[in-house]
Ligand binder design. Sequence first.
Ligand SMILES: [Fe+2]
Length: 192
Amino acid sequence: MAFELPPLPYEMDALDPHISKETLEYHYGKHHQTYVTNLNNLVEGTDDADASLEDIIMKAEGGLFNNAAQVWNHTFYWSSMKPGGGGAPDGELGEKINSAFGSYDSFKEQFAKAGATQFGSGWAWLVDDGSGLAITQTANADLPMKHGQKALLTMDVWEHAYYIDYRNARPKYIDTFLDSLVNWDFVAANLG
Ligand SMILES: [Fe+2]
């Protein structure tokens, strides 16, 4: 069974003005779709055609890994944002952020730094690494499950994520992600 592009969890213009409809038309409609198409082309007629996305990610390398992981990463990224999101989380999640990082402001500073200092293309993550919450960064298509960590939140820092709306100003995109887009309900659900 072929892999399919999962539906966006909101309308194409729902994140405007922070992330424009044009960005989502390219980022979701073209980039994410291309990873799905490439993945299907790579697994067609192989033993991986019926494998789960996660199984492929865990065992594959090279182009197969890159396309499978990018399918997973983007699906996770869309759910990491919501209209009217961002700001400090409250409740139990807020307490966990405070105890892991000292304060929300400290979390925000460290997460923003992870995104800003990822050289070239990659991702910033909030993960559960088995001993608690941690902030990580990965290059290209790399992702936490490949390192034994559970992903809780991600931010795409490939240029295609922000160039239409922010040009080269990655830090401005990162601040907007944190202040206006983070879907803390999704993070709390991932914490379980
Ligand atoms: Fe992307």
